[in-house]
Structure formats: C-alpha cells, structure tokens
Design a protein around this ligand. Structure first.
Ligand code: SF4
Ligand code: SF4
Length: 194
C-alpha cells in the first residue's frame, strides 16, 4: 500500500513538473506573439543595412600610395598591391590593386588602417556568382560605386526593423524623417558621455 502511494506521489510530482515546462514553453510563444516579424521577403524586400555594416570594399585608385599597410594588417595578407618604383619622381606608382572577396572575411582592418582613406566598406552584400574567381575584384571593380538599397528600383526596401518607430510593424510607408524606436550610434555615445 505504502509503495503504491509513493508511486502516486511521484506521478503527481512528474505531472506538475511537465505542466510547468509546458507553461514555460507557452510563455515564450506568447511573448513572441507580441514581437515584430523579423522575416522579410528577400529579394523583393530588403533591409537597409546598419550604419556600420561591413559590405563590399570600395577602393579609390587615385588616393592609394601603394604603402601596403592594408596587406600587413590583413589577417590573411589578402590585398594584392602591384606597384613600380618611378625613379624620376622617386615615388611608388600603383599599377594594379585587387581584393578577392571569396577569401576576405570583411574584418575591416584594411579600411581602418589605410593612411589615405582610399578604402571604405559599403553596404553592398549581394556578391554571389556562379564562378568564385569572379569574386576577385580588380581596381576597376573595386572602384565601382555601390548600389544603394534605398535606390534599388527592383525592390521595395523596408527600413531596419530595429529602427522602426515604436508600435510600427511594417516599415514600407514610414517616412524617413519619423523618429526611430532605437537610438543612433551618435546618440548612444552622447548618452554614455553624460
Ligand atoms: S593601405 Fe591604403 S594607401 Fe596603402 S596600399 Fe593599401 S589601399 Fe593603398
Ligand atoms: S576586410 Fe579584412 S580580410 Fe578583407 S582584405 Fe581587409 S583586412 Fe583583409
């Protein structure tokens, strides 16, 4: 009899525990029902990358002094800087510059350390090709100005979900002047300094 009662008590405890777990699971589900949808219908909708997004690198040939700092700070020595020494002007002359985006990890070191700021990271992230060798961008390809998502006629861009005004679920019609729910990086910095 005592054994039977023990079993019933254990069963009751297990049932209670199971009910608690189900309650915890459902609370997460209900919590998500209050949140904004985070999926977008790519490629017909696109998120605007954040201010510090590290996309395809842009290169300005005329500004480059062929110092090779970008090669030295790159974790994989990726940029190829092809130059010749011009004896007349006693300066290096840049012949060719390339970065292979099939290998690049978009760490941004080269951009950070370039002394002439001829490298910059764009918001371009659509780099897929059928042949990986096409990802080896030469100076012409690197010098192409990036496509701006907000000016892409093929898509209907929506604003970054994290930056939508409070209470707004769909960003398509939100004017850009409207106050965002999140803070801009400069506002966060200002808050931290005060
Ligand atoms: S660090 Fe800048 S200036 Fe120097 S070689 Fe690289 S891209 Fe050119
Ligand atoms: S982003 Fe990083 S990995 Fe890519 S070329 Fe620059 S330093 Fe190298």
């Amino acid at each position: 009899m005592f054994k039977f009662l023990n079993k019933v008590a254990a069963y009751g405890r297990d049932a209670l525990q199971a009910a608690r777990y189900i309650g915890q699971g459902l609370s997460v589900t209900f919590d998500h029902m209050q949140r904004r949808p985070v999926t977008i219908q790519y490629p017909y909708e696109k998120l605007i990358p954040s201010e510090r997004f590290r996309g395809r690198i842009h290169f300005e040939f005329d500004k480059c002094i062929a110092c090779e700092v970008c090669v030295r700070v790159c974790p994989i020595n990726l940029p190829v800087v092809d130059w010749e020494y011009n004896k007349e002007i006693k300066k290096k002359e840049l012949k060719h510059y390339s970065i292979d985006f099939g290998v690049c990890i978009f760490c941004g070191n080269c951009v950070e350390y370039c002394p002439t700021n001829c490298l910059s990271m764009t918001e371009e992230y659509e780099l897929s090709t059928y042949d990986r060798h096409e990802l080896n961008y030469d100076s012409q390809a690197l010098g192409r100005l990036p496509l701006n998502v907000t000016q892409d006629p093929m898509v209907q861009p929506i604003r970054g979900l994290a930056y939508l005004p409070k209470g707004v679920m769909d960003g398509h019609e939100v004017p850009h002047t409207e106050r965002r729910a999140g803070l801009r990086p400069e506002e966060i910095l200002e808050q931290a300094q005060n």
